[in-house]
Design a protein. Structure first.
Length: 117
């Protein structure tokens, strides 16, 4: 067959060469949409928590109560940072318009919270 396809397997492989990249892009778009929805939900929860904490911190009667609320607030915010790091530790992080692979064994700097009695 001059000018035609000699084997059906070549035609099937040619279709896969077009279809698989399209499916991959669709999957990445879907994952990004889910991530955006999760970020929105997390941000709404964070704002509500911080508004509650602001009122509690302003009405704290003693220094001990204020310190307890402050440590609770810092712990919550630090926990969100650790969660972000954990989500990004196995995926590339986009910086300055290019994908930068993350380090698998990257660690956060050691943070020491000192409590005052």
């Amino acid at each position: 067959m001059p000018g035609g396809i000699k084997e059906p397997s070549v035609a099937i492989l040619g279709c896969f060469a077009i279809i698989y990249p399209v499916i991959a892009v669709a999957a990445l778009s879907l994952a990004a949409a889910f991530d955006l929805e999760a970020k929105k939900h997390t941000s709404e929860e964070r704002v509500a928590f911080l508004e509650r904490q602001t009122g509690l911190l302003e009405s704290a009667a003693t220094a001990r109560e204020f310190a307890k609320l402050l440590i609770e607030t810092e712990s919550r915010l630090l926990g969100e940072t650790v969660n972000w790091h954990a989500r990004r530790s196995f995926a590339g992080v986009k910086r300055a318009g290019r994908n930068v692979p993350s380090r698998r064994h990257a660690t956060l700097p050691h943070l020491h919270l000192h409590s005052q009695s």
